[in-house]
Design a protein around this ligand. Sequence first.
Ligand code: B12
Length: 298
Amino acid sequence: VSVDPSDEPVLRIGELSRRVGLSDHVLRAWESRYGLLQPVRTAGGFRLYSPADELRVRRMQAALARGLSAAEAARSTLAAEDAAQPGTTDLLAAASGLADVAEALAQALDAFDEPAAHAWLDRLLTDLTVETVLRDVLVPYLHDLGLRWERGEVGVAQEHFATHLLRGRLAGMARGWGLGDGPHAVLACPPEELHDVALMVFGVVLHRRGWRISFLGASTPVDDLVEVVADTKPSLVVLAATTTERFTGIARELALLAEKVPVAVAGAGATPALAETTGAQLLVGDPVTAAEQPPWRR
Ligand code: B12
């Protein structure tokens, strides 16, 4: 994905817009507001963009996908480019590398290119910590995937393909997470909840902090959860769900459980009100940061 910034300006706005999947309007806004694009004008007054402009747009998209605001994303994109010039710090250059590889990974996943997707993941995991790859690439990618699916930009096939591949990598990282003599955590999703990837991310990072993980995964019947907790007396139970109803359906059982062991709730469906009524801790933020800075550690 590296592009020689000295390349000639050759792209009309329509062509750039087609390549990066953004409207002319957005591209012109990024040009006028943030100076992200530096087109030259033809004699006839048309803007012509260079491959360096295209690369900057892709980095900006990757930064937005990581959750930065548009202004922050533009600043980080331009700073990364400055840093890529010889003689500047490696840190920002590495950051721009991350955005490029994250973008390449996203393209491989969109194109159902399994070998390429694994190769990009291998490269990320060689250069960066598991935590960085999960927090800065995998979680934002999945979040963005949902938005793109909602907008009709990717189909269900792409979503399933990408999730299955990434979940497989996580399962590999999770191998052995039940071992060790650290504190024990039981992780589960409430009944009907199928989104268990973020909970896996949480478990992988928590295990790297010394915890032993029992992962019950998607749509766990509450009676079975209660039984496991009674049998194993874990130091922590974490439940994650994308909608509040999935928690409220088991609120009574959760409250009883929380009287016996520390219980935490997380995910888009976990609310302060739910935590309040059940006596559970609310885990906010992304699963990596939450596992790294456990507010429930005593
Ligand atoms: C992959 C995926 C699936 C996969 C899940 C596979 C699996 N094993 O997990 C499959 C294909 C099964 C699926 C099914 C469905 N999905 Co879906 N799915 C997604 C997608 C693209 C990624 C989910 C993910 O792993 N995200 C990664 C997490 C980390 O990101 P996040 O969800 O934004 O979470 C943030 C916080 O809440 C927090 N967090 C989340 N979980 C946890 C856990 C812990 C412990 C902590 C500390 C923090 C935390 O971290 C993030 C912030 O950084 C999301 C898009 C999205 N926004 O995420 C949609 C999404 C969650 N799905 C959605 C929908 C609608 C569905 C379906 C109803 C679709 C359908 N019509 O069939 C079904 C419902 C299934 C069910 N009953 O649960 C909606 C949910 C909207 C809503 N609130 O109701 C989303 C948001 C897509 C969208 N934009 O519309 N889906």
